[in-house]
Design a protein around this ligand. Structure first.
Ligand SMILES: *Cc1c(COP(=O)(O)O)cnc(C)c1O
Length: 380
């Protein structure tokens, strides 16, 4: 099956009892056994559920993986990956990770004996230098949030392989349409399905995809033991969202490219970061590794924080909101919204300034998005 066909069809069969083309929402806690020791493959929804199973098979297929495991949120999926480790283990992580991820690493997992080093993983030497005897995992986000740094997966994958580290990639921003990390040597791909995969700002969810049976077995064990499972209804909504992923992403990407080029020429804009711009520091790797650049960009106004605030308070079409990857264009202020829990000096050290504005470019008519930004920038 080709990619676009997998998006629509992989893992999905007509319902065996009715022929329904859309899988039913199996909203049930438990399943009746035929007789002692004989069930129909399901025993309790924390362990498995038919609607969830279909989503897990579908997401695995579109990422080019054998196994999928779904969670109640992207963060629950991150947590499940880290539960592969034990007290004393060390993780080398991208420095510009999603704010909730570093909060979980530093404020929760560090109390359980894990330790973390944050490095700019777009520089492979920085990864090599950070590895210690206790290092067990390489946690990569590419492109990163919100600075859109790109990590060369082939190169850091070789480093992970040499040191026998779990090689995990948070691929939320790229989606399987533009990047399939398993094809570049990753052991684990993690997604916040809240974002592009479900695509309509309608739910919170997460997924882990792998080709390794040992990792799959560990993930299933963690899923049923800890129980951060998505509801059957949310799985069903995610399945509906995924069906148009291959149509939505090119539009997100094309609109973001136009917006990035417009902002780059705008006299009030100091800097635009978008992997599809030649000015992006890892443009060459992005172009080689990804088949498109997705819909996320960030920028800095010459007027700093007051100008950024005026812009965000004056947009009319763009929604001032957290989150990303939905059909609506959303504007965010990382320093006070998504990354408020990252200490200011850490934020500044990694280039996440207080004036940085992040855009999740939606799939509206790009002329309307540009007109809205133009009028708001006049007041900035
Ligand atoms: C949103 C996000 C997460 C966390 O996912 P939730 O579904 O909000 O729990 C993790 N990583 C990235 C890159 C994200 O954008």
């Amino acid at each position: 099956m080709k990619f676009d066909t997998k998006v629509v069809r992989a893992g999905i069969k007509p319902d065996p009892t009715t022929g329904a083309i859309v899988p039913p929402i199996y909203e049930t806690a438990t399943y009746v056994l035929d007789e002692v020791g004989k069930d129909k493959g399901f025993d309790y929804t924390r362990s498995s559920n038919p609607t969830r199973q279909i989503l897990e098979d579908n997401l695995a297929a579109i990422d080019g993986g054998k196994y999928g495991v779904c969670f109640a949120s992207g963060m629950a999926a991150v947590d499940a990956c880290l539960k592969l480790l034990s007290a004393g283990d060390h993780v080398v992580s991208s420095d510009d990770v999603y704010g909730g991820v570093s909060r979980h690493f530093n404020n929760v997992l560090a109390r359980y004996g894990l330790s973390f080093s944050y490095v700019d993983t777009s520089n492979p030497q920085a990864v090599r230098d950070a590895i210690r005897p206790q290092t067990k995992m390489l946690w990569i986000e590419t492109p990163t949030n919100p600075l859109l740094k790109i990590t060369d997966l082939q190169t850091v994958g070789e480093i992970a392989n040499k040191h026998k580290l779990y090689f995990c990639v948070d691929s939320t921003f790229a989606t399987p349409v533009y990047l399939r990390p398993l094809e570049h040597g990753a052991d684990i791909v993690m997604h916040s399905t809240t974002k592009y995969l479900s695509g309509h700002n309608q739910l919170i969810g997460g997924a882990v995809i792998t080709n390794r049976k040992d990792i799959y077995d560990a993930m299933k064990f963690i899923q049923k033991t800890i129980g951060a499972v998505p509801s059957p209804f949310d799985c069903w909504l995610t399945l509906l969202g995924v069906k148009t992923l291959h149509l939505r992403m090119p539009r997100h990407s094309a609109n973001a490219q136009r917006v990035a080029e417009y902002l780059e020429r705008h006299p009030k804009v100091a800097k635009v970061t978008y992997p599809g711009l030649r000015s992006h520091p890892q443009y060459a790797i992005a172009k080689e590794q990804m088949s498109g650049f997705s819909g996320m960009l960030s920028f800095e106004l010459k007027g700093g924080i007051p100008a950024g605030t005026a812009l965000m308070n004056n947009v009319k079409l763009c929604s001032l909101a957290e989150s990303l990857g939905g059909v609506e264009t959303m504007i965010t202020h990382p320093a006070t919204m998504t990354h408020v829990d990252v200490p200011a000096e850490q934020r500044h050290a990694r280039g996440l300034t207080d004036g940085l504005v992040r855009l999740s470019v939606g799939i509206e008519d790009v002329d309307d998005i540009l007109a809205d930004l133009k009028q708001a920038l006049e007041k900035a």
